[in-house]
Write a protein that binds this ligand. Structure first.
Ligand SMILES: [Zn+2]
Ligand SMILES: [Zn+2]
Length: 267
């Protein structure tokens, strides 16, 4: 993103709290007003630069969507960037992830860090429409995904109650609507209130989420995609995949909006 444009987006983000009450989906939730009326009253406005958004109701302009940091050359197994596109990285070759493929189209960098932070901690649930839509746009570019359903990564009930929503479910809802795949929001549970993965060193993240999920046997289709906002080490996706496969699922893809890059994958 060019420097002048980046400075403008940063300035807009600093005043973003003033925009919260004007977000169409929040108004829909609060007042139960029809979406068409709300969208007529409040035309889509880019939350990053305040230019007009994309029709009919995406609060992100085309220029800002095009400027999002693309996770190019990613390992098809774990979505870590690597020099040889399309070939599994050394980490995946030596240590089997439970999930069968990963698709994470963006890197967890500016401005996605800010957007995801506002969604998770700023109660700006309307940002889920942006993230779900851009994830769906990138999925559609690859052709229709070969999965039967989308399963959002569940939050523990106590955390979801505190936050008021599960950001992964909200992202999945918009992505599923665009790609035409049903979202199964309640077939998996998070049994333990695990520590936030982002707060932990990579070495303990796998232990933190191991056995944390349960999927309802008989309710899970043969092929699903799990959806999260950010993939960091892949430990959360791995633990949820094991629960889904234990419940009878045969193939699991791990999708997320943004990949925390960290150390580059081994060639
Ligand atoms: Zn914009
Ligand atoms: Zn890999």
């Amino acid at each position: 993103m060019p420097n002048a444009r980046r400075a403008h987006v940063v300035a807009v983000a600093q005043y973003s709290n003033a925009l919260k009450a004007c977000q169409p989906s929040l108004l829909c939730q609060v007042y139960g007003t029809s979406k068409s009326l709300i969208h007529g009253l409040f035309p889509a406005t880019c939350l990053l630069c305040l230019d007009p958004g994309q029709m009919p109701a995406l609060d992100l302009c085309r220029a800002c969507e095009d400027d999002l940091p693309v996770n190019s050359g990613a390992c098809p197994q774990c979505a870590m960037p690597r020099p040889d596109p399309g070939i599994a990285c050394g980490n995946c070759a030596s240590r089997q992830q439970a999930f069968d493929a990963a698709f994470v189209p963006y890197r967890y960098e500016f401005p996605l860090v800010e957007l995801i932070h506002r969604l998770k901690y700023g109660r700006q649930v309307a940002i889920a429409r942006i993230l779900g839509t851009v994830l769906a746009h990138r999925l559609c570019e690859r052709g229709r995904p070969a999965v039967d359903a989308i399963v959002p990564v569940p939050l523990h009930a106590a955390r979801e109650a505190r936050r008021g929503y599960n950001q992964a479910s909200e992202i999945a809802r918009f992505a599923g609507e665009i790609v035409g795949i049903p979202v199964l929001d309640r077939v998996a549970l998070r049994l333990r209130a695990t520590e936030e993965q982002a707060a932990l060193p990579a070495s303990v993240r796998r232990v933190n989420v191991s056995g944390a999920f349960e999927a309802l046997a008989g309710c899970v289709p043969a092929a699903v995609a799990i959806v999260d906002d950010v993939m960091t080490t892949g430990a959360t996706a791995d633990a949820l995949t094991r629960a889904l496969k234990h419940a009878g699922c045969r193939r699991v893809e791990a999708w997320a909006v943004a990949r925390a890059v960290g150390e580059p994958a081994q060639p």
